[in-house]
Design a protein around this ligand. Structure first.
Ligand code: RIB
Length: 290
């Protein structure tokens, strides 16, 4: 089986800051590092490092050949990443010493995907495959509808959160991953609790409290506690968690086993500075002691 990821590809500029800047403040960074990023690319790399075959569907600009090369180097399938005339997406990420961040996103080429491109890519997908989407590209609802038509398991990571974007894909979803604040926002927008939206599996990440799995069919709720770590950079940890969860499902683990493994991967990730380039391998995740 394989994972098809309609996802963003960004250049991440990560600035180590003494604190997160407030409105009107000019603040010098302590250092600058550049990484491959984008919620989509991070998830593709995470799922690949967890052992899955991943095909990334995305777009970069004339300045983005390096990103395709790097993804390919990490083992991600890049045949369906288009090169378009719009510049590659990028993110300006401020990280404070305790690991919390603030992100300015330039979507760029990520919003220039075409329907034809998505149709061509998904024509090669099989019904047993997984399709994952996040809210950093164009063509989300179109891809979700196609995935559902093909009988794929359609998953959505509702980040960056936008209630309209989630509602546009809701009818096609088998799996939804979002955080506590996003779950509350979605409930306000739909008038329903996330577990009552008709989605088979919902995972709500609870930060330092861990993660909650809600089975849509039965309403069964299971909590997985967080692992004790001291964060230095939380950027990309959620994407790592999602990539590992999906890879677990792809490789035949139960949802509970997938969440448990993904929690370990996410915990390890917050102890590292950076995004796609530093996502831990399965071997590192299994060997980590918390
Ligand atoms: O979730 C982290 C990601 O958000 C970064 O890699 C950045 O590119 C933004 O998409």
């Amino acid at each position: 089986m394989a994972i098809w990821n309609l996802g963003s590809v960004n250049a991440d500029m990560v600035y180590a800051m003494p604190h997160l800047p407030t409105a009107g403040e000019t603040l010098a960074a302590r250092s600058l590092d550049r990484f491959l990023g984008g919620k989509g690319a991070n998830m593709s790399v995470a799922a690949t490092r967890a052992g899955s075959e991943v095909h990334h569907i995305g777009a970069v600009g004339p300045d983005g050949a390096w990103a395709i090369e790097r993804l390919r180097g990490y083992g991600v399938g890049t045949d369906h990443i288009a090169q378009v005339e719009v510049p590659t997406g990028h993110a300006i990420i401020a990280v404070e010493p305790e690991g919390e961040n603030q992100i300015i996103l330039f979507p760029g080429a990520n919003r220039a995907l075409s329907q034809v491109q998505v149709e061509e890519a998904l024509s090669l997908a099989k019904s047993a495959d997984i399709l994952v989407l996040q809210n950093e590209t164009s063509m989300q609802a179109e891809a979700a509808r196609l995935g559902r038509q093909k009988g794929m398991r359609v998953c959505y990571a509702a980040a960056p959160f936008d209630a309209d974007a989630v509602q546009a894909v809701l009818p096609y979803l088998d799996f939804l991953i979002l955080n506590e604040v996003e779950a509350q926002q979605l409930q306000e927008a739909t008038g329903k609790e996330p577990g009552a939206l008709g989605i088979k599996d919902v995972i709500i990440t609870l930060g330092a409290k861990g993660a909650r799995h809600i089975e849509g069919d039965t309403g069964t709720v299971s909590d997985v506690p967080a692992l004790p770590v001291t964060p230095v950079d939380t950027t990309g940890a959620g994407d790592t968690f999602t990539g590992y969860v999906l890879s677990g499902l792809d490789l035949g683990l139960t949802v509970a086993e997938s969440i448990e493994q993904a929690s370990r991967a996410g915990a390890l990730m917050v102890t590292r500075r950076g995004t796609a380039d530093v996502i831990p391998s399965l071997q590192e995740v299994q060997a980590a002691r918390f």
